[in-house]
Design a protein around this ligand. Sequence first.
Ligand code: 3PG
Length: 214
Amino acid sequence: MKARTETLRKYVRMAPVIPVVTIEDARTSIDLAHTLVRAGLAVVEVTLRTPAALDAIAAIAKAVPEAIVAAGTVLTESQIAEVADAGAKFIVTPGTPPKLAERLSAAPIPVMPGCATVTEAMALAEAGFEILKFFPASASGGAAWLRSVQGPLPALSFCPTGGIDQASAPAYLSLANVPCVGGTWVAPAELLRKGDFDRIGELAAAAAALRRPT
Ligand code: 3PG
């Protein structure tokens, strides 16, 4: 678990934003990954919400080795091996029921499990996880929640996702327990459908320029 946590720590520090993408056509995933990497966003979360998701993860892992592709929206135990076999570098869950948490703690790749409450965060910490997804961030208390848990949960860091955009990201990124944020605003489904990689590149460059003040 320790080595996997350190690997995940490296990934979440690579860029201020992890684009969360839902891919309908796996063929677009390689252009997407190149566009994001070129703009300075090396980490991308491909959600398992479409039939093309596993192929997209495999395509990115094979064709764009400089990208760190995560599998998002992992909901079931059986998906753990599927995404690891496809080449995902880490796993993200929106929420983490106890049985899934147990299986995830034995996953072959790092995991950023989702939580939305202090109790859920404590349960995940007890299972050995130190870097959590806070989801749905804005609906669950936003930056104020994250600031409030710094005192009682000093060993944990969070990647808040859900309802965050370019304008609201800086408030999250200014917090010491937030190495990065996630969101769909960088590569929205509509732009992906149109194949508008110029616009995605612009949004990604703006997101990559978001830095927390040191
Ligand atoms: C996720 O799975 O992380 C969410 O779907 C993020 O969506 P949003 O950035 O559009 O709120």
